[in-house]
Structure formats: C-alpha cells, structure tokens
Ligand binder design. Structure first.
Ligand code: AMP
Length: 275
C-alpha cells in the first residue's frame, strides 16, 4: 500500500485479470510501492485461482511503473446504502436514481435490460464497462467484448484503514464494497461522466449500485437474483461536456490515489412508495 507521507517517486500499477477461455472471470487493481510488488502479484494471483471454479483458468498479471508526479489525489464518494425487499424493487430504485442523476427514463430502463441480458456478444459478461451516450442512448465502446476498463486506481494506506472502518461499522465490510467504491470513485471523477450502474457477475453477490457525481455511491442490497452469473457496468457520458476519447483515456490511464474517505450514511429501507 502506498502511504502518502512516504510515497516514493515511482509506484507500481499491479493489475490482474482472470478468464476461462474467452469469458471474463475476475479482475483487480492496486497501486503499490516497489517493495510490495511481489506480495501483491502473489495475493492477486492466489485470489484469482481460489475464486475460479474452473480447471483451465488463465490469469494475466501486469506490473507497470508509474511516475508519482502523474498521480492525482482525490476523495472517495459518499456511500448511501439502500435495503430493498427484492431485486425487482432494487431495479425500480436503480431506475429512479439514474433518472435523478440525469439519465432519461428510457435509457435508464434500457441499461437495466442490457445488463440483465448480458452486455457482451452472445449475452456474455464483458471484461469492462458499457459506455452510453446519455443524450442518444447509443453504445460507444469500440470493443463490445472488452468494453472500457477503469484502471490505475487505489487508496492510500491511511485512507484504506479509515474507509474500511467506516464501512465495517455500517455492516458493509465485504471486500467487494471497498473495491467497487474505489472503481466508482474513479469513474465519477472522469470528465463527462453523469452516472454509473453496476451489479456483479459473481453469482453469490446480488448487491449493486447507482453512482453519480452529485449523489455519490448509492448501494442497493439486491439488483439480481442469487445464482445469476450475469452482471456488468454501464457508464453514462455527456458528450456535450467532453469527447468520449478523453473520458476513456482518463478511465484507462490516469493514475488516481484516493487519500480521503467518503462518508457512510445510515441504510435507508426503501419501499416503492418512497418515490
Ligand atoms: P465485478 O463487480 O467485479 O463483479 O464486475 C462486474 C462487471 O463490471 C464485470 O463483469 C465487468 O463487465 C465490469 N468491470 C469489472 N472490472 C471493471 C473495471 N476495472 N472497469 C470497468 N468495468 C469493469
């Protein structure tokens, strides 16, 4: 972990991606000091091996040098958890939250359908995110199997300790929450991004979220049925603010270290009458 007080002039971006044949299985991201590269590669590789219930998993790990001067420091989004009674209710809530963020109702609905059907070719999961023009509803990613991957982001050691404690206190100690919050923090800070929708492709993990720059990370307890292995991410961009090339370049290349935690608010028990 990088500590902001002792940061070296070079840090390393360690990235792991696991696949079964062409199907994406899992991925993870870290920014670490040189002394931690070996341990991080080993931990992420082990994690991919343990998570994969397939015999012929393929794991790609990369270690890339990053000049610390290029790193931007940021604050993580605030977290608002919602408890819903079913995933159908969760999707209604997600649609409303996307509308509040500025996504037209029809495109919000379409994005839920896209993830439900499997956003990649042939209804498969993608390695990265779908990118949608918020004004036309058009999909913009060049490669429909890969999509756009947000990379080169992490938390400083101090920020991780504080954010983990805040999440744990709110019963959100699951590793996936802090990882999704970090990824979403990077997505929301990209130029032109209006909102993000996500639910996992882990069949045992039914939670997901809608995030937006003004309302932060809004976690929804259920966005799919347990046992469903299809998930994904949709990033909505406003092309009147910036070109998609700039947004994608930021998401894929700009190194970000979050050095301030987001607040974690009390869980809201949502019912359809709330809206
Ligand atoms: P996960 O939350 O890890 O289960 O990922 C859910 C989905 O989000 C995956 O199926 C991918 O389509 C997408 N995804 C995963 N990692 C990234 C990333 N780093 N950037 C953009 N999209 C991602």
């Amino acid at each position: 972990m990088v500590a902001s007080s002792t940061m070296e002039s070079v840090v390393y971006s360690v990235r792991m991606r696991a696949a079964d044949d062409q199907q994406h299985l899992s991925g993870a991201e870290r920014l670490v000091d040189k002394a931690e590269v070996e341990e991080t590669v080993s931990a992420l590789t082990l994690r991919a091996l343990r998570a994969a219930d397939v015999s012929d998993v393929e794991i790609h790990c990369s270690v890339e040098k990053i000049n610390s001067d290029a790193i931007q420091f940021m604050t993580l989004p605030n977290v608002q958890p919602y408890q819903v009674a079913s995933y159908e209710e969760g999707r209604d809530l997600a649609e409303s939250l996307l509308e509040v963020a500025g996504v037209p109702k029809q495109f919000a609905r379409d994005s839920l359908k896209t993830l439900d059907a499997g956003p990649g070719p042939g209804g498969q999961v993608m390695r990265g995110a779908v990118v949608v023009d918020v004004c036309t509803g058009e999909r913009l990613e060049d490669d429909p199997a890969r999509g756009v991957r947000a990379t080169r982001m992490d938390l400083t050691a101090e920020c991780r300790v504080t954010q983990e404690a805040l999440l744990l206190k709110a019963d959100l100690g699951h590793r996936r929450v802090i990882e999704a919050l970090t990824l979403s923090g990077k997505v929301l800070s990209a130029p032109g991004v209006v909102a993000e929708l996500c639910w996992s492709d882990d069949s045992a993990y039914t939670a997901g979220y809608v995030a937006s720059p003004s309302n932060g990370y809004q976690r929804i307890s259920d966005l799919k049925a347990s046992g469903n292995p299809i998930g994904g991410r949709v990033i909505f961009v406003d092309l009147s603010i910036t070109g998609v090339v700039e947004t994608v370049d930021f998401l894929e290349n700009q190194p970000i270290l979050f050095n301030q935690p987001g607040e974690v608010f009390s869980c809201v028990k949502w019912s359809p009458d709330h809206v």
